[in-house]
Design a protein. Structure first.
Length: 230
């Protein structure tokens, strides 16, 4: 990832997360990968370039931590990163926290599907809090850099099994969740492509797809297998 893209991405993040798409934070794995790439790049031979790369990544990480801290302090589901209401019975969002579980209950959420990888600091207590509240919980750890058709098919099966239940699909930043939910609605529920794209692009945009091309490839390849184009 280019230093410039990291800098511009960090500038999109507000000091206090408002729930709007403009407050975007890269998925945690992408931040770690960017840092490793920056430190291993040949640009480290040039001290200034290396320092700039480290500063850009550090700014992005600090912004992500700030957003995460604000979300953890909130009791409202709508305050989760990139929260999006697809319908009265389906939400997608970034990471949820124990303080928000009572709001899940009050809103009648009956099923939570977590597509983020396990991370002790970010979601270590999530399953216990959700299950303890009497809400069904499914965890499908989708690798940020390598989403697979097996992951998607398992997600489809879990969503089919939960039909009729008010559902929250989430990950760390609602990139995985919104992409998988988009494909489920189009391929399993026969929602018109253009209608489903509105909800996909409530989280994603052309800039994000350009920055994370593996996800654009995954979505377009999956659709193409069914004779559809994004």
């Amino acid at each position: 990832m280019a230093v410039g893209s990291l800098t511009s991405r960090s500038e999109l993040i507000t000091n206090k997360y408002s729930g709007k798409r403009s407050a975007r934070c890269p998925e945690p794995e992408s931040v770690k990968g960017s840092l490793k790439k920056s430190l291993n790049s040949r640009s480290i031979l040039n001290f200034r370039s290396s320092a700039s790369a480290r500063v850009a990544v550090l700014v992005a990480v600090i912004c992500c931590v700030s957003i995460s801290a604000n979300a953890q302090e909130s009791t409202r589901l709508e305050d989760t990163l990139n929260f999006h209401k697809v319908s009265e019975s389906l939400f997608t969002a970034g990471q949820i926290y124990p303080l928000q579980v009572p709001d899940l209950q009050s809103q009648g959420v009956e099923l939570v599907v977590n597509l983020a990888v396990a991370d002790a600091e970010r979601n270590g207590g999530e399953s216990l809090a959700v299950i303890g509240a009497g809400i069904s919980y499914v965890h499908i750890p989708v690798l940020w850099t390598e989403p697979t058709s097996k992951d998607l098919q398992l997600f489809f099966a879990m969503m089919d099994a939960g039909k009729g239940r008010k559902t929250l699909v989430h990950c760390f930043a609602n990139y995985r969740a919104s992409a998988f939910t988009f494909l489920y609605r189009v391929l399993q529920q026969d929602v018109p492509l253009e209608e489903a794209k509105v909800d996909l692009y409530a989280v994603w945009d052309d800039e994000a797809f350009a920055e994370y091309p593996v996800w654009l490839d995954f979505i377009t390849t999956t659709l193409a297998a069914e004779g559809l184009t994004l």
